[in-house]
Design a binder for this molecule. Structure first.
Ligand SMILES: *Cc1c(COP(=O)(O)O)cnc(C)c1O
Length: 379
């Protein structure tokens, strides 16, 4: 499909769609077959080969949005992350990993890598120089994630890419928090872009999926690994994901606007001690975020003053759901101290800025006045 010149919203709506040549229907048909011909065909199709019509369709849409040659849909963000990492890391190899990363990725590394003979180092900070310090002769990959969870820290993508290129090392990024609408890391030189599509790409809190996007050469290696690991996404879920991404542009624009408004509201609120949002000029990396992102995203976190009981506050919320996941059209909040960071002691948490009064706020697409009212009435 000739779509190289399409704008973001057109790509969201149309890139990759399957023409219904049988009936002329307006949307991609769903092809549920697990069995396809093998004789005299160019492509031997099979769900675990990641090449059914619906897998290819949603892959093309994601590739267009990420400015990648090829993209593949996986059954979860972790299936995408583990497959991409294992495609390039084996016994004796070393990977440099950003210190602030998603809890599931951290667990994958510390629980599985040693058994497989893969070495890893976490950086001391997000500074590109600290990535460089961890590089060894055996380093094959640098792994980053920005904005990070839950403090919305910003890594200098171009700075880390420059370090990696100097040492001829591949880079992979978890682009989940930004979404391809707010950040296109391939334009900054990153090799592999990964998403938990369970978040903004799905966007309605009803799809578990992941995606990987890169060059044809790199995706060939990831595809070979993926056939062995088997984390393919079902055709029905591919269809739902394709449908969801049609509204990604308009959803993320609204998430951006709402989060900015809520960040400013919380910053001015007498009961709030701190607000972490890259769109606020007070964020330490506001200028960097402005330079490398197209929008600041729908995620923020904030800390109440000590006198607010954060458990009671959450129980009093009527509209904003206390909820584990993030990036849906509905607003949700959670306490990192009780979830992602519950295994640390209160002192360890305070040392990294995740205090027991810190709330992560996934700002939805509702009316800002209703979200503000909900917070006021709960207080
Ligand atoms: C949720 C999430 C993941 C993991 O994705 P799953 O779909 O839950 O497997 C990875 N990275 C980030 C930043 C996430 O928010």
């Amino acid at each position: 499909m000739k779509n190289n010149n399409w704008g973001r919203y057109t790509q969201c709506t149309h890139s990759g769609e399957i023409k219904d040549t049988q009936f002329g229907g307006a949307v991609s048909p769903i092809y549920m077959a697990t069995s396809y011909p093998y004789m005299e065909v160019e492509t031997k199709r099979y769900p675990r080969y990641f090449n059914t019509p619906n897998q290819e369709a949603v892959g093309k849409k994601i590739a267009a949005l990420e400015h990648a040659e090829i993209a593949m849909p996986f059954a979860s963000g972790m299936a995408a992350i583990s497959t991409a990492l294992f495609a390039f890391l084996s016994a004796g190899d070393h990977v440099v990993v950003q210190n602030e990363i998603y809890g599931g990725t951290f667990n994958l590394i510390v629980e599985e890598f040693e058994k497989m003979g893969i070495d890893y180092s976490f950086t001391k900070s997000l500074a590109p120089a600290d990535f460089e310090k961890e590089i060894r002769k055996t380093t094959k990959l640098i792994y980053l994630e920005t904005p990070s969870n839950p403090l919305l820290s910003i890594t200098d993508i171009k700075g880390v890419v420059d370090v990696a290129k100097r040492h001829h090392i591949l880079t992979a990024i978890d682009n989940t928090f930004a979404s391809p609408i707010n950040q296109t890391p391939i334009d900054l030189g990153v090799d592999i872009v990964i998403h938990s599509a369970t978040k903004y790409l799905g966007g309605h809190s009803d799809i578990s999926a992941g995606t990987v996007a890169s060059t044809a050469e790199i995706m060939e290696k990831i595809w070979h690994k993926s056939k062995n690991l088997g984390g393919n996404l079902s055709d029905f879920m591919c269809y739902l994901l394709e449908r969801s991404i049609k509204t990604l542009g308009v959803r993320v624009d609204r998430h951006n606007q709402n989060a900015q408004a809520m960040a400013e509201f919380l910053l001015a609120h007498p009961s709030v001690a701190k607000v972490y949002y890259p769109g606020l000029p007070s964020h330490p990396n506001h200028a960097l975020a402005k330079a490398q992102m197209h929008g600041f995203g729908g995620m923020l976190s904030f800390e109440f003053n000590a006198e607010v009981d954060v458990i009671k506050f959450q129980n009093k919320l009527a509209l904003i759901k206390p909820s584990m996941s993030l990036a849906g059209v509905e607003s949700t909040m959670l306490l990192p101290s009780k979830t992602s960071h519950s295994l640390l002691t209160a002192e360890q948490r305070t040392a990294i800025g995740v205090t027991d009064n810190l709330l992560r706020f996934s700002v939805g697409i509702e009316d800002v006045k209703d979200l503000q009212h909900d917070i006021e009435q709960a207080l």
